[in-house]
Design a protein around this ligand. Structure first.
Ligand code: PMV
Length: 325
C-alpha cells in the first residue's frame, strides 16, 4: 500500500481569492492557471498498520502537529473513499521554497491526492482527483492537469467544483514563465486566512468579483488563440485587482516586498523597449514574469543586473500530475 506521485505547481492567470463554501473549499469565482514544469512536489504515501499515527515528513524534516493535522484531514478523505483505516507515512519533497507565495500547496495537495489514492488501491479519474485535491488547497485542483487549466464551479456541492484542461503544453511551445524568487521566508498570513479576512472586510471585494467573468472569458479566448499580448495584459490587470482587495483588507495584507515593486517597475519600463514581459504575483513577494521564448535571454540578463533575485527559474508549461512509482 505504497505509491509515489509527482505534481507541478501552477500559477493563476485569472485568480481566485475568497470562498463561497469554506468547508468544501468552493471558491467565490472560477479561475484559470498555467502549470509550471520546474516547480514540483514528489510525495510518497504508505498506508500500514504499523503506523499508530499519520507521520508527515517534508523536505526530510518530520513536521509538527499543525502541518500533520492538515495532511491527516486530507488522508481521511481517501481512507473514507477506500474504506480503509490504516495510518500513513507521507514523505514530500518540494524542489522550491514552501509557503512563500510560490503555490507549493498546489503541487503538494495534487501529489498527495494522487499518491494516497493509488496507495489506498483506488482507481480514480482526473475529475475525481481534482475534486479531492481541491479540498486540501483550492489551487491544487488545477495542478492535476498540465498546460493551461480552468477551475470551474458548475454546482455549489462537493462534486460540482473541479478543473479541466484548456490547452495542452504541446500547443503553445513558446510560452514561458520566469519565476523570480526574492525571499525564501515563509509568509506571515496564509492564503486561507488572508482570503477570509479580505471577503469579510475589503470594500473592494464586490467590485473585484464583478470583473472576473469578463476576465475569464477574455483569458480563455486569448489562450485558445495563443494571443500572448492579451494573455499578459489580462493576467497583469487581474493580479493588480486581486492585490488591491488585499491592500484594502482590514488589517491590510501586503505580501509585496521592496524587491517585488522594483521588479514590477522594471517590467513596465522594459515593455517600452522592444520586450514584452508581464507580471503576476500570488500571496507572497515572488514575481512570475510571463513572456515568450524569444525574450528570455534578455530578460534574465536584466533581472541579474537588478541584483535582487535570490533565484531565477525559467519554466515552460508543466505536464499533468503522475504516479511515478
Ligand atoms: O490554493 P489556495 O487555496 O492556497 O489559494 C491560492 C490563492 C492564489 O494563489 C492567490 C490565487 C490562485 O487562484 O491560485
Amino acid at each position: 500500500m505504497k505509491a509515489t506521485a509527482k505534481a507541478n505547481a501552477n500559477i493563476a492567470l485569472v485568480k481566485y481569492w475568497g470562498k463561497k463554501n469554506k468547508e468544501l473549499n468552493i471558491p467565490q469565482n472560477d479561475s484559470i492557471s498555467v502549470t509550471l514544469d520546474k516547480l514540483n512536489t514528489t510525495t510518497t504515501v504508505e498506508f500500514h498498520s504499523r503506523y499508530k499515527e499519520d507521520i508527515f515528513i517534508l523536505n526530510e524534516k518530520v513536521q509538527g502537529k499543525y502541518k500533520t493535522k492538515k495532511i491527516s484531514r486530507h488522508l481521511n478523505i481517501i481512507r473514507q473513499e477506500a474504506k480503509i483505516k490504516e495510518k500513513a507515512k507521507v514523505q514530500s519533497i518540494n524542489n522550491f521554497p514552501s509557503s512563500s507565495g510560490l503555490a507549493s500547496s498546489s503541487s503538494a495537495f495534487a501529489a498527495l491526492s494522487i499518491a494516497a489514492a493509488k496507495a489506498a488501491g483506488l482507481n480514480l479519474d482526473s475529475r475525481k482527483l481534482s475534486t479531492i485535491a481541491r479540498k486540501g488547497s483550492g489551487s491544487a485542483c488545477r495542478s492535476i492537469y498540465g498546460g493551461f487549466v480552468e477551475w470551474k464551479t458548475e454546482e455549489n456541492n462537493d462534486n460540482g467544483s473541479f478543473s479541466k484542461q484548456i490547452l495542452s503544453p504541446e500547443c503553445w511551445q513558446q510560452f514561458r514563465v520566469i519565476v523570480v524568487i526574492v525571499s525564501n521566508k515563509e509568509k506571515t498570513i496564509s492564503s486561507r486566512s488572508g482570503m477570509a479576512q479580505t471577503v469579510a472586510t475589503s470594500p473592494m471585494y464586490e467590485s473585484w468579483l464583478k470583473t472576473i467573468d469578463n476576465d475569464l472569458l477574455l483569458m480563455k479566448h486569448a489562450i485558445q488563440e495563443k494571443n500572448f499580448s492579451l494573455v499578459g495584459k489580462i493576467a497583469e490587470a487581474n493580479c493588480l485587482k486581486m492585490h488591491s482587495t488585499m491592500l484594502t483588507t482590514s488589517p491590510p495584507i501586503i505580501y509585496w516586498l521592496p524587491q517585488t515593486i522594483k521588479i514590477i517597475r522594471s517590467i513596465l519600463e522594459w515593455r517600452e523597449e522592444n520586450l514584452e514581459p508581464y507580471f503576476t504575483i500570488d500571496a507572497g513577494p515572488q514575481v512570475k514574469i510571463l513572456c515568450l521564448e524569444k525574450d528570455v535571454t534578455e530578460l534574465k540578463k536584466r533581472l541579474n543586473q537588478l541584483q535582487i533575485a535570490q533565484k531565477i527559474i525559467v519554466c515552460k508549461q508543466g505536464k499533468e500530475a503522475l504516479i511515478i512509482r
